[in-house]
Design a protein around this ligand. Sequence first.
Ligand SMILES: Cc1cc2nc3c(=O)[nH]c(=O)nc-3n(C[C@H](O)[C@H](O)[C@H](O)COP(=O)(O)O)c2cc1C
Length: 209
Amino acid sequence: MKVLMLNGSCKKEGNTYNALLEIGKQLEKEGIDYEIFQTGSEPVRDCIGCGGCASGKCVYTDDSVNEFVEKARTADGFVFGTPVYYAHPSGRVLSFLDRAFYSGSGAFKFKPGASVAVARRGGTSASFDVMNKYFGISQMPVAGSTYWNIAHGRTPGEVVKDAEGMQTMRNLAKNLAWMMKCFEAGKNAGIELPDTESGNRTNFVREDL
Ligand SMILES: Cc1cc2nc3c(=O)[nH]c(=O)nc-3n(C[C@H](O)[C@H](O)[C@H](O)COP(=O)(O)O)c2cc1C
């Protein structure tokens, strides 16, 4: 089994990366593979709502969103990490995930996920809330930890000195691994994925009025 993580910082080996790395190291101890996918520092396009992704792929191919979605199809769990910018997730990670989920939500559904927010000081829980919105609308069970998944640090690497933050990351990895193993055991025991309904998209509008 494999967890696909996303580093929503343009810094390849900054604090978000180091928080995700702590999760990865613990996942390996639990017998689970991981990959940290970098959003990088090149521009990431916003979703323009063109609907062209109804074919299954985002129409824009000049960044790595489609590559990430392809990897997501074979992953069994996810962790999305973001640095905090002005008390919200990075614009980069939101642009990336908006397009990944709008074009490829099928790659994520019924698989457990978690998010992580990293800051010097403030805005972590607000950012964590925003990141968690992707899971609820995508039929994804959310893994928790012994605190909200946040860690603190400013200069790259400083986050590893946040002892509770690192502990939270390790415990998140343990809980995510446990969920993934339970789902796998359920699948092997013949428990089918839920047959959820679709079709009622009313936009709150009643046609009979
Ligand atoms: C544009 C910008 C805005 C930031 N805003 C906040 C903030 O609101 N709160 C905070 O505590 N740190 C803030 N920071 C600091 C980063 O969150 C912090 O340095 C973090 O560790 C960076 O993670 P990274 O190394 O993965 O990029 C900001 C940094 C930048 C570049």
